[in-house]
Design a protein. Structure first.
Length: 115
């Protein structure tokens, strides 16, 4: 099983980034997918979630209206479009898959919002 995140980097406040997470080794199209983040000194928190068929999405209040989660089951990929980035969005962003009772995590990608 692999979850490989990419797309992180350094961006100015108000900027945008698009994170990608490519999955392999499990039934991606039957798995619910999440993006989490962890800032220095803070607990890991759920940012966004998407059901296996993409029909339902949920967001943390702190990112509603700015972030969009989506998925392409043909490409085994989940995305996180992040707009209007703020200093407080700085964190390591992780992709998580839930396949039945099994949970898989990626290694994370760093997002730094700084002027």
């Amino acid at each position: 099983v692999q979850l490989v995140e990419s797309g992180g980097g350094l961006v100015q406040p108000g900027g945008s980034l698009r994170l990608s997470c490519v999955a392999s080794g499990f039934a991606f199209s039957r798995s619910h997918m999440n993006w989490y983040r962890q800032a220095p000194g803070k607990e890991r928190e759920l940012v966004a979630a998407i059901f296996s068929d993409g029909a339902v999405t949920n967001y943390a209040d702190s990112v509603k209206g700015r972030f969009t989660i989506s998925r392409d089951n043909d490409k085994n990929t989940v995305y996180l479009q992040m707009n209007s980035l703020k200093f407080e969005d700085t964190a390591v962003y992780y992709c998580r898959a839930r396949e039945g009772l099994r949970t898989y995590w990626g290694q994370g990608t760093q997002v730094t919002v700084s002027s």
